[in-house]
Design a protein around this ligand. Structure first.
Ligand SMILES: C[C@H](O)CC(=O)C(=O)O
Ligand SMILES: [Mn+2]
Length: 340
């Protein structure tokens, strides 16, 4: 690990963490957390529904609070930090992107499944026209071979993305797989590379450090692991580890520890740990945000949520196919009844 990297961290708890609390953030929570993150000098803070702008729906989960109110509150609380919003083309549209820009976001992250970068062209180019720093966010990166990932990342770069992220949505990548992916992107792209991990296999920190070693300069974390599944790379821990490594993030680690302990811990519905369901996400390569949907369906049909998650992994179900979760649960339940 060399000291030459200057890492820019994006705190994603107020977006990825939305999945973990069924999209129930309040304006008061967002104000309190963004103000403290701003004081800790976190460069970027992402705020939106867990599934990005316009995610609030029966398919993905209804938000308690309109995300534009949350974005507006976050922007008003920040003097230093820049607010980012996530958008998945097809869920969010150009209209929501314009609305978020009007409210003062400074970065837009356009997310697609790892093999579907071509659907991001319009959104990336509008984001650039709006003067936003623009990220291409390749989700479920474990599902594509390295060559495919490079091809898709190059598409995002060609549309104008300033940064392209390897997104380990399932927390399924092993450190050597992160190494080969980041290294291949570094060799083939001119733009900055980012990494977004999930901790389902307890590898988020290790994978993040490998990504940094290979040249990633944009890193996501969620404070107190407030993210989907077992959460993301834990931001306050990452800041401390990077400080020990002599890598500057500009973030005040004490302030992050206080925020994690005194505020974010109380937002969590239960402490973030790797339980059997989140472990299965990483083990079977399943989209982390499916976990609560699968648990709900398991309760409804009286079956084991792990069976649903394993099946989702076998069928290679991807983000956007949340309705499949109930179908799969109904199928498992029917089979169970017939076998009695
Ligand atoms: C919409 C997803 O939650 C985006 C993300 O954070 C991931 O794929 O991981
Ligand atoms: Mn995520």
């Amino acid at each position: 690990m060399t000291k030459k990297h200057d890492i820019f961290i994006t705190e994603v708890a107020l977006r990825d963490g939305s999945h973990a609390i069924s999209h129930q953030f309040t304006v008061e929570q967002v104000l309190k957390v963004t103000k403290a993150l701003d004081e800790a000098k976190v460069p970027y803070i992402e705020v939106s529904h867990g599934d990005g702008l316009a995610g609030s729906s029966l398919q993905y989960g209804l938000s308690l609070t309109n995300e534009f109110d949350l974005i507006e509150a976050a922007v008003s609380a920040c003097e230093y930090s820049k607010i980012s919003a996530l958008l998945l083309p097809g869920i969010g549209t150009l209209q929501e992107l314009k609305q978020a820009a009007r409210l003062g976001i400074k970065m837009a992250r356009i997310a697609t499944h790892v093999t579907e970068a071509d659907v991001s062209a319009q959104h990336i180019s509008l984001s650039k026209e709006l003067g936003l720093e623009t990220v291409g966010f390749l989700m479920m990166s474990h599902m594509a071979p390295v060559e495919k990932l490079v091809e898709q990342a190059k598409l995002m770069e060609s549309y104008g993305a300033d940064i392209v992220y390897v997104v380990d949505s399932a927390g399924a990548l092993l450190p050597f797989e992160v190494r080969e992916r980041i290294s291949a992107l570094r060799q083939n792209l001119s733009v900055e590379i980012g990494f977004h991990g999930h901790n389902n296999l307890s590898l988020a920190m290790a994978n993040t450090l490998v990504a940094i070693e290979e040249g990633a300069t944009r890193i996501d974390g969620s404070i107190r692991c407030l993210g989907a599944g077992a959460g993301n790379t834990q931001t306050e821990v990452l800041v401390a580890v990077l400080e020990r490594l002599g890598i500057q993030t500009g973030i005040n680690v004490y302030k992050m520890m206080d925020l994690a302990e005194e505020v974010v811990a109380h937002i969590l519905q239960k402490p973030q740990e790797i339980d059997r369901d989140s472990l299965v996400l990483g083990y079977a390569g399943v989209y982390s945000s499916f976990i609560l949907h699968a648990q709900k369906a398991a309760n409804h049909f009286g079956i084991d949520s792990r069976d649903i998650l394993i099946k989702l992994g076998e069928l290679k179900v991807v983000g956007g196919q949340e309705d499949m979760i109930v179908d799969i649960a109904a199928g498992i339940s029917e089979k169970k009844l017939l076998s009695k």
